[in-house]
Design a protein around this ligand. Structure first.
Ligand code: ADP
Ligand code: GLC
Length: 483
C-alpha cells in the first residue's frame, strides 16, 4: 500500500447536502473512491442553511472573527461517509435562496467576499490552523475556491501544493478591483501573474494561474480550453500552463446510480435482465402522461436549460422526434424562455411530449431507467454526468461530440457496430440539422432490436465508476506531495 496522504478539498457544493450541478456530484463521490487509494479527504464547504440543517453532533474545530466580518467558526462533522469541515459564518451563508443567488434568482451582491472567505479558510487550514490535522495537498474546485491558491501564494506562510480543477470555464467569478482591500490580499497580488483579470479580480483566473496543477474533467475539454474558441478569454493563460494541465474524466457514484438496487424506479434490473426496462418505460410513460406505447422510441433529457446545453437546438428539432414516431420526456430548469418553449411544446403535443420544469432527483432516476435514449446536445461540455448515468442504465446516449461527451461515448459507426464497441450516437458539428440527423439515426437503430440491444449492453458494460479517475487524482496528489 502506498504512503497515506491527507487532502483538503474545497468546494461550494457537495452532494447530497447541496447541489446545483455536477460539481456537487464530483465533490460528494471522489473522497469515497480515494479511500481505496490511501488518500484521506476532508472537504471544506460553506455553512448554507441546507448544510447546517444536516449537522448532527458537529464538533467545533476553530472559532474566529474573519477578515470578512464575523463571527465565524469551523465545524467538523461526518455526514454520509464524508468528512466535512463546515465554514459556519451566518453573515455570509445563512440566507434564503441557493448557494449563489437569492430567491429572486439574482446573484448575491457579496459573492466575492463569501467565496474569498471560503478560500481563505481553506488556505488557513492548509497552513496548519487546525492543531491535529494538516493536509499534504489542497484540491480546490471551480471559481468559488479559486482564491485558495492566491491566499497561499501572497499571504506568507507554508505553501501547501494546490490542485485546481475547472469544472466549467464559463463561470469565472469576476469582481471589481475595488474589492482588493476587502479581500485581504496585498496590493502586489493585483498583477497579470496574480489575481488581476482584464482590469478586475478573477477568482477562476487566480486558480488557473497560481495552482501547482490544473485539471479539468475530460481530456478533450482540456484541449478545447486551450483554443480561442472555447478558452473564454483564458486560453492564452491556459496555453501558458499547458505543462501543468491535464484532463481526468469524472465517474459517477455507482451505488447511487445502480439500476439493480435503485429504490426510485418501478422495476430493478441489470444487464442480464434488460428486458425488464420495459416495465420502467411503461411506468414512466404513465407517470408523465405520455401514451403508453412500448414501441415508440422514448427520448429523455435531464438538464439545466441553458445555452451551454444546446437545448434550444432540441426545441427546434422536436418535429423530427414526432415525425419518427418518437416521444420526449424533459426534466430541467433554467432559462425562462427555454422553460416556456418546452412547456408550450408539451401543451400542444399532449401524450407525445412531457416537460417537468424543476429539479427532481427521484424523477431523474425514473427517466434514466425508462427512456430508450438520452439526448445531450451540448455546445460545450466539460465532462457531463447524465450520459454516464444513461450508460449504466441502458439508456442509449445521443450526444454532441464535444468535451467529455466525445470522450465517454463511442459512436455507432458501422465499424464500431461490427467491432461491438459502440455505446451511443454522436453528432458534430453541434447544429440543428446534425442533431436532427442524430435523432433519425437513433430512431432507425432503435427499430433494429438486435443492434439496439447491443448498444445498450455495451453501455451497461462500460466502466463509469470513480475507480480509474481516483487513481489518476491520487497519483497527481502524490507527485505534488513529493515536491
Ligand atoms: P452540469 O453540472 O453542467 O449541470 P452535469 O451533467 O455534470 O452537468 O451534472 C448535472 C447533474 O445534475 C447530474 O447529476 C444530473 O442528473 C443532475 N440534474 C440536472 N438537472 C436536473 C433536474 N432538473 N432534476 C434532477 N437532477 C438534475
Ligand atoms: C460542470 C460541467 C459538467 C461537469 C460537471 C462536473 O458543471 O458543466 O460538464 O460534468 O461540472 O465536473
Amino acid at each position: 500500500m502506498a504512503v497515506k496522504l491527507n487532502v483538503l478539498a474545497v468546494a461550494s457544493e457537495v452532494y447530497p447536502l447541496i447541489k446545483t450541478g455536477g460539481l456537487a456530484d464530483v465533490a460528494g463521490a471522489l473522497p469515497g473512491a480515494l479511500k481505496t487509494e490511501g488518500v484521506t479527504v476532508r472537504t471544506l464547504l460553506p455553512g448554507y442553511p441546507a448544510v447546517m440543517a444536516r449537522l448532527k453532533r458537529a464538533k467545533p474545530l476553530h472559532a474566529f472573527t474573519t477578515h470578512f466580518g464575523g463571527p465565524a467558526q469551523l465545524l467538523g462533522v461526518k455526514v454520509e461517509g464524508l468528512d466535512l469541515i463546515v465554514l459556519d459564518a451566518p453573515h455570509l451563508f445563512d440566507r434564503a435562496g441557493g448557494p449563489y443567488a437569492g430567491m429572486d434568482g439574482r446573484d448575491f451582491g457579496d459573492n466575492a467576499l463569501r467565496f474569498a472567505a471560503l478560500s481563505a479558510a481553506g488556505a488557513a487550514i492548509a497552513q496548519g490552523l487546525l492543531a491535529d490535522w494538516r493536509p499534504d495537498v489542497v484540491h480546490a474546485h471551480d471559481w468559488q475556491a479559486g482564491m485558495t491558491a492566491a491566499y497561499l501564494t501572497f499571504n506568507g506562510g507554508p505553501r501547501t501544493p494546490v490542485v485546481f480543477t475547472v469544472h466549467n470555464l464559463a463561470f469565472q467569478g469576476q469582481f471589481d478591483r475595488k474589492l482588493m482591500g476587502a479581500l485581504g490580499l496585498p496590493a502586489h497580488a493585483f498583477t497579470h501573474d496574480g489575481v488581476e483579470y482584464y482590469g478586475d479580480i478573477g477568482f477562476l483566473k487566480a486558480g488557473l494561474r497560481l495552482a501547482d496543477r490544473v485539471t479539468t474533467v475530460s481530456p478533450t475539454y482540456a484541449a478545447e480550453i486551450c483554443t480561442p474558441e472555447w478558452g473564454m478569454g483564458l486560453d492564452g493563460l491556459i496555453r501558458g500552463r499547458a505543462d501543468r494541465l491535464s484532463g481526468i474524466l469524472n465517474g459517477i457514484d455507482t451505488d447511487v446510480w445502480n439500476p439493480a438496487t435503485d429504490p426510485h424506479i418501478a422495476q430493478a434490473y441489470d444487464a442480464a435482465d434488460i428486458a425488464a426496462r420495459a416495465v420502467n418505460k411503461a411506468a414512466l410513460q404513465a407517470r408523465l402522461g405520455l401514451e403508453v406505447a412500448p414501441d415508440a422510441p422514448l427520448f429523455g433529457v435531464i438538464s439545466r436549460l441553458s445555452w451551454q446545453k444546446g437545448l434550444d437546438l432540441l426545441l427546434a428539432a422536436l418535429p423530427t422526434i414526432l415525425e419518427t414516431g418518437g416521444q420526449l420526456a424533459v426534466l430541467g430548469s433554467g432559462d425562462r424562455w427555454m422553460e416556456e418553449g418546452f412547456a408550450n411544446a408539451a401543451a400542444s403535443n399532449a401524450g407525445r411530449i412531457s416537460v417537468q420544469i424543476g429539479y427532481d432527483e427521484t424523477l431523474a432516476h425514473a427517466i434514466q431507467a425508462g427512456v430508450d435514449a438520452l439526448i445531450v446536445p451540448s455546445r460545450f461540455e466539460p465532462c457531463g454526468l447524465t450520459q454516464l448515468c444513461a450508460l449504466r442504465y441502458g439508456a442509449v446516449p445521443v450526444v454532441a461530440r464535444v468535451g467529455g461527451l466525445a470522450d465517454t461515448i463511442i459512436d455507432a459507426s458501422p465499424m464500431a457496430m461490427a467491432a461491438r464497441t459502440a455505446t451511443g450516437v454522436q453528432f458534430s458539428p453541434v447544429s440543428g440539422p446534425m442533431l436532427e440527423s442524430a435523432i433519425r439515426r437513433a430512431s432507425s437503430l432503435y427499430r433494429k432490436p438486435d443492434s439496439w440491444r447491443r448498444l445498450q449492453l455495451n453501455g451497461m458494460a462500460s466502466d463509469v465508476s470513480w475507480t480509474e479517475p481516483a487513481q489518476a487524482y491520487a497519483s497527481l496528489y502524490r507527485d505534488l506531495a513529493a515536491g
